[in-house]
Design a protein around this ligand. Structure first.
Ligand code: VGL
Ligand code: ZN
Length: 195
C-alpha cells in the first residue's frame, strides 16, 4: 500500500526513552535497533513541514505502576532521571515538535499518549486527521496510543518496521497488531510511505 504524507498528517513517536532500551530499567528487546528507522520517519515528516509528537513516560518516584506501589513494573522513566531521557541518537527536529509527558501523577497510569494529556487538543488545533505511530512498546503504549487515536476518530497508521514489543506473554505484540487491524488501523512500513 502506498501512502503519501500530506497536510493534516502527524507522526507520533512513542516512548523512545533510555529505560525502555536494552540495559535500561524496563528494557524492550531490540528497541535500540529501530532508532535509525524512527529517525527516518521523523526526518520525512520534518521535510514535509509536518508536526512530530514525542510521547514520554514521565513518572514520579512513587508511581502506582511501580512494584511496591501497587504496580507490576520495575521503577522506570522517573521524572528528570537519565532513564527518562530520550535515546541519545533520537533525532529531535528544531521546530514543529511537541513533547507529551504521560503518567505524571502518582496515582494514575497512562499507556496511551492521549490519556490525561493535551495530545488530542494539540492535534485538533493543527488540523491533524491522520496519525502515524511508531516507537515502544508495541503491546503497551504503542497499542494504546494507536487505539486511543482510532477511538477519537483519527485515521491511524502503525509503522510496523519502527515498533518493538515487550511480549511478557509470547505473542502479545502480534495480538496487539491484530486488535488494531480489527479496529481499523492500517499497518505500513517505510517503503509504503512517500513525501
Ligand atoms: C510502557 C510499561 C510501562 C510503554 C510504559 O511505554 O509501553 N510499558 N510503562
Ligand atoms: Zn510506565
Amino acid at each position: 500500500m502506498k501512502v503519501k504524507v500530506r497536510d493534516g498528517d502527524a507522526l507520533i513517536v512513542v516512548d523512545m526513552q533510555r529505560d525502555f532500551m536494552p540495559g535500561g530499567a524496563l528494557p524492550v528487546p531490540g528497541a535500540d535497533e529501530i532508532v535509525p528507522r524512527v529517525n527516518e520517519y521523523i526526518k520525512l515528516f520534518e521535510r514535509e513541514g509536518l508536526p512530530v509528537f514525542f510521547t514520554r513516560d514521565w513518572h514520579p518516584p512513587n508511581h502506582i505502576s511501580f512494584k511496591g506501589h501497587g504496580g507490576v513494573w520495575p521503577p522506570h522513566c522517573v521524572q528528570n532521571t537519565e532513564g527518562a531521557a530520550f535515546h541519545p541518537e533520537l533525532y529531535l527536529p528544531a521546530d514543529n515538535k511537541f513533547i507529551i509527558s504521560k503518567g505524571t501523577s502518582p496515582d494514575f497510569d497512562a499507556y496511551s499518549g492521549f490519556q490525561g494529556t493535551v495530545l488530542d487538543e494539540l492535534l485538533k488545533e493543527r488540523g491533524v486527521r491522520r496519525i502515524f505511530v511508531c516507537g515502544v512498546a508495541t503491546d503497551y503504549c504503542v497499542k494504546n496510543t494507536a487505539e486511543g487515536g482510532l477511538n477519537l476518530g483519527y485515521e491511524t497508521f502503525v509503522l510496523t518496521d519502527a515498533i518493538k514489543g515487550v511480549d511478557v506473554n509470547p505473542g502479545d505484540s502480534e495480538r496487539a497488531l491484530e486488535r488494531l487491524l480489527e479496529k481499523g488501523a492500517v499497518l505500513l512500513e517505510r517503503a509504503d510511505l512517500t513525501g
